[in-house]
Design a protein around this ligand. Structure first.
Ligand SMILES: [Zn+2]
Length: 447
């Protein structure tokens, strides 16, 4: 479908930002004008989309995921386990990943995210068994097909069981191979420009699966190429114990000792910090991807979001890998964040606007992006529009609150970089039934 030169998305039913109550004008991939209620565009537009039935949000930004795990949702070996035993049950299964599995599971995850209003997705892929050396290349190809903006992180595991780590030896790579491939991927796919559709970050998997040398070398490489760093940190008490035993220090001290306390870092989970650690993370501007469903499912704990934010950390939201969620639905994750964070902070401090802000502007800040995550002039036209037609909204009062409180599941229209990628609840140009069928066939091979 040919996109119009200028498009007025007219008078949405509700928005996160009252400054665009009259809608907005998109030209090319950018937002060029915001309109107050009743205001007309300053010059004639080529096309008008009447959003009178739609709640308009900035496209949601997913700050942490493992696309491949959609193949092992609700896997029988991993049920009812906490993180370390969950991981050791699944590592041998994941070691059998094949190239087509990565391609198909990436499409599934991105499709699920798009349909839930997500326009930018980060992924943390850290499995490169023999034959799967080009996993990130495969992911990028699928992201381009679907038109989703991606931040693909080159994950890594170098500390196998033989060296006191958690993953089996067959799933780890040498530091030389990891660093050389990281550099290759940055050169090939990292676009530092505004409006970038793909960026690359470096992401050693966790303190318990990579060597100290690799953490340090990754920080140096990230500095050289001006890319971001990502890892899992402070997810469980087991991890704190591991760090104390292995390195003689707590996770944040370890992070600092390897040169990772910096504004180019964002962490998945970030649960078990003390007050002093939170202040240090905030001073450094380290971002935190809060993953509420995963944290509840694995009984890991509750992220201290408000203290982290007050200290200076950007806070975003991630669905986390779909074997610990076990879904990739971003708007549902926003609701989970509201529910879980209310248990910690009470109803008055955690509002629907707050959690939507985390899932948009907050996640974008975690990814080091200033061109996405909000509806403003000059930003990318990444938009998610939801109707309130489904049965769970019948009787709802406040339309914006209803998205979160009634449990929205699916966007009606999604735009990425000025192009419609979801229309009437369906992804443009994707045979989703065929995709689901192939994913089911492939997942059976991993049981
Ligand atoms: Zn994760």
């Amino acid at each position: 479908m040919q996109n119009p030169k200028t498009l007025w998305i007219k008078q949405p039913l509700a928005t996160l930002d009252p400054a665009c109550a009259g809608g907005l004008v998109v030209e090319g991939s950018n937002i060029i004008e915001l309109l107050a209620l009743g205001q007309l565009p300053s010059r004639p537009v080529d096309e008008v989309f009447d959003a009178g039935r739609h709640v308009l949000l900035p496209g949601l930004v997913n700050a942490h995921h493992h696309f491949y795990q959609t193949l092992t949702r609700a896997h029988p070996v991993a049920l009812n386990k906490a993180l370390f035993s969950w991981l050791t049950s699944l590592y041998p299964v994941w070691a059998r990943l094949q190239p087509e599995m990565v391609a198909v599971s990436t499409q599934i995850a991105l499709a699920e995210l798009l349909l839930s209003g997500c326009t930018t997705a980060s992924d943390h892929h850290y499995l490169f068994p023999q034959g799967l050396e080009e996993a990130i290349d495969l992911q990028l190809e699928q992201a381009r097909r679907l038109g989703v903006r991606v931040h693909l992180t080159r994950g890594s595991m170098s500390l196998g069981r033989d060296q006191g780590g958690l993953p089996p030896q067959s799933t780890v790579q040498s530091e030389e191979i990891i660093l050389a491939d990281s550099e290759r991927l940055i050169r090939r796919y990292h676009d530092p420009a505004d409006g970038a559709m793909s960026r690359v970050a470096l992401a050693p998997c966790s303190p318990f699966s990579v060597s100290t040398e690799l953490m340090k070398a990754s920080a140096v490489l990230a500095e050289q190429h001006d890319v971001q760093l990502h890892t899992h940190l402070a997810e469980t008490h087991d991890e704190t114990e591991f760090c104390l035993n292995m390195f003689g220090m707590r996770p944040v001290d370890y992070l600092e000792s390897v040169g990772w306390l910096s504004g180019r870092v964002w962490l998945a989970h970030g649960i078990h910090f003390n007050e002093e650690e939170i202040l240090r993370l905030g001073r450094a501007g380290v971002g935190i991807a809060h993953c509420p469903s995963s944290n509840m499912l694995l009984a890991s704990g509750i992220c201290p979001t408000l203290e982290l934010e007050a200290a200076g950390c950007p806070v975003g939201i991630g669905v986390d890998g779909s074997a610990s969620n076990d879904g990739s639905n971003m708007i549902m994750e926003v609701r989970q964040a509201l529910l879980l964070q209310r248990l910690r902070y009470g109803a008055r401090r955690i509002t629907h606007q707050q959690v939507l802000d985390w899932a948009t502007r907050g996640s974008a800040a975690c990814l080091g992006r200033h061109d996405i995550g909000e509806i403003a002039v000059g930003k990318q036209a990444d938009l998610a529009l939801f109707t309130l037609d489904d049965i769970q909204f019948a009787g709802a009062g406040d339309p914006l609150a209803a998205l979160v409180l009634c449990g929205a599941r699916r966007a009606d229209k999604v735009m990425v970089a000025g192009r419609w990628r979801v229309i009437d609840g369906a992804i443009c140009g994707l045979d989703i039934e065929a995709l689901k069928a192939r994913q089911r066939e492939l997942s059976v091979l991993l049981r």
